[in-house]
Design a protein around this ligand. Structure first.
Ligand code: PEP
Ligand code: CO
Length: 404
């Protein structure tokens, strides 16, 4: 148990990336009601994931984490869930065939609804409205009603997550595999309402998903999000962008995992193809020096976002693949193990990232650009990435030293 921690102790820390709720009473009423709802995931399943991640840290498994940037209410359908689950399964099969390793499957699914934003207001045609912060907060349409943060949306998110989880469970059972869920634990009043204490062990779990991560914008010293995650028994991810310095990382690890417990921390590097060579090695050394048991995973999406000439947020496949290649070369060079991949993808045939075997161009982006936030790999592009990973993992130097 963490000293001085309660499910609400984050409220005394620096809270960023939250909406301005118009009605504090309505927010309090909604979270009070949610706090009485059943947990979405069980302590036993969350512990099983943590044990699996311990295996990955030791080089005996590989982590594959993927799904939407932002799940939406509009794209909620069994077909979409099935397609994304299928894609993750197919990728996992390729990776297992090449490496001989079991693949831990975690979806950015069944709860990935809240988004951090770089600006809190969006301006269009001389009008400023609150930024879209994900369907759990407000609507994406650029009008006053849609953009007003509404706590009632948390109930729809809860019910969509419940149904998505149930569907994923059936899909996984039908192929004899296990599937875990994850999201950024960003919307703290919601996450707090979903904390449950395990009566057998007395441990607190974030019961909204098996795996929760802290975003690159909220992992700073003194952060409320770090404080919230500190007391949970879940496996925790930390996004590591180019602005993270080795000292801050070391302090984050001490804070979130003072006992050096295995399986607890996954570090998700998201540097960008042109910054990873300079930014990653000092972090690899910092974590290694302190003997912190961490799993290093590569997010080749968030550092490689650009604006196309015709105005779309996109990500060129070439840059994504370049960052993956660099990650899998840099980790072993520093005695760390490259143990996972974290991607934004969908089983649908969207046109959001350029390049790949089909050579999608910026002109193609308008065809099927559906994302509610960042551009995702489509199924063909994700399988190409899986193929590159398979080639990398097949190499005999997989795993480097046991130091990671
Ligand atoms: C994300 O994963 O969607 C995200 C916002 O990532 P980051 O915190 O790394 O920018
Ligand atoms: Co994203």
């Amino acid at each position: 148990m963490m000293p001085d921690w309660t499910p609400s102790s984050w409220q005394r820390h620096d809270v960023r990336q939250q909406p301005s709720w118009p009605d504090a009473g309505a927010l309090a009423a909604a979270t009070r009601e949610l706090a009485a709802y059943p947990p979405l995931v069980s302590p036993a399943d969350t512990d099983a994931l943590r044990a699996a991640l311990t295996q990955a840290q030791a080089g005996r498994a590989f982590l594959l984490q993927g799904g939407d940037c932002a799940e939406s209410f509009a794209e909620f359908s069994p077909d979409n869930i099935r397609a994304s689950h299928r894609l993750i399964s197919d990728m996992a099969d390729i990776l297992t065939a090449a490496s001989g390793l079991p693949v831990i499957r975690i979806g950015r699914m069944a709860g990935q609804f809240a988004k951090p934003r770089s600006i809190s207001e969006e301006e269009k045609d001389g009008r400023a409205l609150p930024a879209y912060r994900g369907d759990i907060v407000n609507g994406i349409a650029f009008d006053e009603t849609a953009r007003m943060p509404d706590p009632e949306r948390m109930f729809r998110a809860y019910s969509q997550a419940t149904a998505t989880l149930a569907h994923l469970k059936n899909l996984a059972a039908s192929e004899g595999s296990t599937f875990y869920t994850s999201h950024e634990a960003l919307l703290l009043p919601f996450e707090q309402a979903l904390v449950r204490r395990d009566e057998h062990t007395g441990r607190y779990y974030g019961a909204s998903a098996h795996f929760l991560w802290i975003g690159d914008r909220t992992r700073f010293p003194g952060s409320a999000h770090v404080e919230f995650a500190r007391g949970l028994a879940n496996p925790i991810g930390i996004k590591c962008g180019p602005s993270l310095d080795p000292d801050t990382l070391r302090r984050l690890l001490d804070r979130l995992n003072p006992d050096h417990a295995p399986g607890r921390i996954t570090l998700i590097a998201r540097m960008g193809h042109d910054r990873i060579e300079a930014a990653l090695p000092p972090l690899l050394r910092s974590a290694g020096r302190e003997g912190h048991p961490v799993l290093w995973s590569c997010d080749p999406m968030h550092g490689n976002t650009i604006k196309s000439a015709n105005g779309y947020k996109t990500r060129p496949m070439a840059r994504i693949l370049a960052e993956v290649r660099a990650f899998f070369a840099l980790c072993p060079a520093e005695g760390a193990r490259a143990g996972g991949i974290h991607i934004e993808m969908t089983g649908q045939n969207v046109t959001e990232c350029t390049g790949g075997a089909a050579a999608l161009t910026e002109q193609d982006l308008s065809d099927r650009y559906h994302t509610h936030c960042d551009p995702r790999l489509n199924a063909a592009q994700a399988m190409e990435l899986a193929q590159l990973l398979a080639d990398t993992l097949r190499k005999p130097n997989r795993g480097a030293s046991a130091a990671a």
